[in-house]
Design a protein around this ligand. Structure first.
Ligand code: BEZ
Length: 212
């Protein structure tokens, strides 16, 4: 089944490098990043998991829990984690699901047979505290993901959930944001955006980031 934005992230129970995980219970009230990788002991995946481990403080600041997945078993994950720690100069601080029976892979449509009929693709889901899927991406096996971009999307989602704004192209935390077109009432605009705004066009109104 493919997962679409706004869907409730499917719940599951599966083994991991940190023991059995009941997904929704494990997420609790946090945001979640669930990401699959093709296989253990592969070079691109090694760099991805190492980089994710180094983002621990950035995830914590945003209330995000990360969890990885491949179809390799727990004993393989545990041996590979030693390699990641050694080569990437970090300590893997999040669980890696051992989806040997493909239960989670099937639920999240992580095996794309026309790309590879046994390995999981490089997919990633951002899940909000209501367990709704807010972002999906799928990358080819040969391209490592940009995890700074994932943090940027979390920042955008957390900002736009709390203010009537959207974030423009290449926005990063602290840049000007866009007032949502549906907000027309001038009094409400003044109240929400006391620093003012500039209207480049009636539908393109830019304002300083409201939570700064
Ligand atoms: C990797 O993680 O390095 C990788 C995995 C599958 C195909 C190509 C690269």
């Amino acid at each position: 089944m493919s997962i679409r934005l706004g869907d409730i992230a499917p719940d599951f129970e599966q083994d991991s490098s940190e023991g059995r995980i009941r997904f929704h219970e494990w997420l609790g009230d946090s945001w979640g990043i669930l990401f699959s990788h093709p296989a253990d002991f592969t070079p691109v995946c090694t760099t991805e998991l190492g980089f994710t481990a180094k983002l621990k403080d950035e995830f914590a600041k945003r209330g995000v829990k990360a969890i990885a997945l491949s179809v390799d078993p727990v004993d393989s994950h545990l041996k590979w984690i030693d390699d990641i720690n050694e080569t990437q100069n970090t300590r893997v601080n999040f669980p890696i699901l051992a989806d040997a029976d493909r239960k989670v892979s099937d639920l999240y449509d992580l095996i794309h047979p026309n790309a590879n009929d046994t390995l999981t693709v490089r997919s990633l889901f951002i899940i909000d505290p209501n367990k709704k899927v807010r972002l999906t991406i799928t990358y080819p096996a040969s391209t490592g993901r940009n995890f700074n971009e994932i943090l940027r999307v979390v920042d955008s989602l957390q900002l736009t959930d709390n203010h009537k704004v959207a974030t423009p192209a290449n926005w990063v935390d602290g840049d000007e944001v866009v007032i949502v077109p549906s907000l027309k009432d001038e009094e409400e605009i003044k109240q929400r955006f006391p620093k003012g705004y500039r209207a480049v066009k009636p539908y393109l109104r830019l304002t300083p980031q409201p939570n700064r």
